[in-house]
Design a protein around this ligand. Structure first.
Ligand code: IPM
Ligand code: MG
Length: 368
C-alpha cells in the first residue's frame, strides 16, 4: 500500500522555521516507528503571492484536495498589508478551508503543568486546564454574502453578513457532541441569541441535535460575551465549547493565552469523512506568522509540532503515537527548556527553535 500523503504548506514569517522542526519529527516517525509518509511541499500565503501573484495557486489547491492531510505553518506579514484584499495571504488559507470544506475546527487549550506560571491568570485557575473549542470554519460572517464596501449616498458602507444554514449548524454540532463523548461529555454552545437571529437559529438547532441524537451529553448555552468572561474567570468549567466562525476565532485566542503562550496551541480543521473514514484535514498552529521574530530562530515550534500530533490522531488513527509525541513535548517542558515566548522579560536562557526540536527528538528517542 502507498504511504499516506502529507502536503506541507509552510507559508510566511515563522511558518517555515517551525515547520522545519516538524519535518524532522515526521522523519523520526518514519525511521523509528515505521510510519512513513509521502511528504511534498508547496507555497501558500505571501510566499505563493511572491511566486505566482496569488496566495494559493490552483495547482496547490488541487494538491491539497488530493492529499491525505495538509500541514500548514502560518500566513501573512506587513509586506503584504497594502495588497488588494482579494490576494492577501489570508485569502489563501480561507480558500483552503472553504474548498476542502473543513467545517469543524478543533482548538484544544491545554495547560501543561510546567507552564502554569506563564499564564496571565493565577496558577490554580489554569493548572490542569483541558478544553476543546470547536469552531465552525467554513461559513458565518467570514463567507456570508452580501459583503463588500459600497457607496451609499455620499459615503461608503462596509458590509459583511452573518449567515448560517441549519445543515451547517447541524454538522458542526455533531462533531462537537462526538468529541465530547470521548472527553468530559459536556458541550457549552456559544452565540449571541440575544441580539442575532443567526444566534437564535444556532441555539435551536444545537438543542435539537442534542435532544434527538446526543441526549447523553450535557449541553448548556451561553452568550459569547459571557463566554469570554467565563473563560478568564473560571476556564475549567468547560469541556467542549461549540461556537461559530467569528466567535471561535476570538474565543480561541483568548483560550490559547490561558495556557501561557500562543506558541503552544495546535489545531485541526476537519471535513466530512470520506469512504475510507478519513476526513479531509488541515493541521495548523493557532498562532500567526509573527513577522517581528521571523528568521531569528526564536519561534516556538511546539504548536506546529502538536498540530502534527493531531494529524496522527485524527487523520491516521495513530492515537498512541500522537500521545507519544505529546508526552515528549511535555517532558521537554518539564525539564525546564523554554523558547523565548515562554521566558520572562529578559529571555535569558531561551533555547532556539531548532534546539527545541533537538530536545523533542531526544525525548522521542527516550520514549522507545
Ligand atoms: C485563525 C486566524 C485566521 C482567521 C486568519 C489568519 C485568517 O486568525 O486561524 O484564527 O481569522 O481565521
Ligand atoms: Mg485567529
Amino acid at each position: 500500500m502507498a504511504n499516506p500523503s502529507l502536503l506541507i504548506l509552510a507559508g510566511d514569517g515563522i511558518g517555515p522555521e517551525v515547520m522545519g522542526q516538524v519535518t524532522r519529527i515526521i522523519d523520526w516517525f518514519g525511521d523509528k516507528r515505521g510510519l512513513a509518509f509521502d511528504v511534498s511541499e508547496d507555497l501558500v500565503g505571501g510566499a505563493a503571492y511572491d511566486a505566482h501573484g496569488t496566495p494559493l495557486h490552483d495547482e496547490t489547491m488541487a494538491r491539497a484536495l488530493a492529499a491525505d492531510a495538509v500541514l500548514l505553518g502560518a500566513v501573512g506579514g506587513p509586506k503584504y498589508d497594502a495588497l488588494d484584499f482579494s490576494v492577501k495571504p489570508e485569502r489563501g488559507l480561507l480558500r483552503l478551508r472553504k474548498e476542502m470544506d473543513l467545517f469543524s475546527n478543533l482548538r484544544p487549550a491545554q495547560c501543561f503543568d510546567a507552564l502554569a506560571d506563564f499564564s496571565s491568570l493565577k496558577r490554580d485557575v489554569v493548572a490542569g486546564l483541558d478544553i476543546m473549542i470547536v469552531r465552525e470554519l467554513t461559513s458565518g460572517v467570514y463567507f456570508g454574502e452580501p459583503r463588500g464596501i459600497f457607496e451609499e449616498g455620499n459615503e461608503r458602507v462596509g458590509i459583511n453578513t452573518q449567515r448560517y444554514t441549519e445543515s451547517e449548524i447541524e454538522r458542526v454540532a455533531r462533531s462537537a457532541f462526538e468529541l465530547a463523548r470521548r472527553r468530559g461529555n459536556k458541550v457549552c454552545s456559544m452565540e449571541k441569541a440575544n441580539v442575532m437571529e443567526s444566534g437564535i437559529l444556532w441555539r435551536e438547532v444545537v438543542q435539537k441535535i442534542h435532544d434527538t441524537e446526543y441526549p447523553d451529553v450535557e449541553l448548556s448555552h451561553m452568550y459569547a460575551d459571557n463566554g469570554a468572561m467565563q473563560l478568564v474567570r473560571a476556564p475549567k468549567q468547560f469541556d467542549v465549547i461549540l461556537t461559530d466562525n467569528l466567535f471561535g476565532d476570538i474565543l480561541s485566542d483568548c483560550a490559547a493565552m490561558l495556557t501561557g503562550s500562543l506558541g503552544m496551541l495546535p489545531s485541526a480543521s476537519l471535513g466530512a469523512p470520506d469512504a475510507n473514514g478519513r476526513p479531509k484535514a488541515l493541521y495548523e498552529p493557532v498562532h500567526g506568522s509573527a513577522p517581528d521574530i521571523a528568521g531569528q530562530g526564536k519561534a516556538n515550534p511546539i504548536a506546529c509540532i502538536l498540530s502534527f500530533a493531531m494529524a496522527l490522531r485524527y487523520s491516521f488513527d495513530q492515537g498512541d503515537e500522537a500521545t507519544r509525541l505529546e508526552s515528549a513535548v511535555e517532558a521537554v517542558l518539564a525539564s525546564g527548556l523554554r523558547t523565548a515566548d515562554l521566558m520572562g522579560e529578559d529571555g535569558g536562557a531561551a533555547v532556539s527553535t531548532s534546539q527545541m526540536g533537538d530536545a523533542i527528538l531526544a525525548a522521542l528517542d527516550a520514549s522507545l
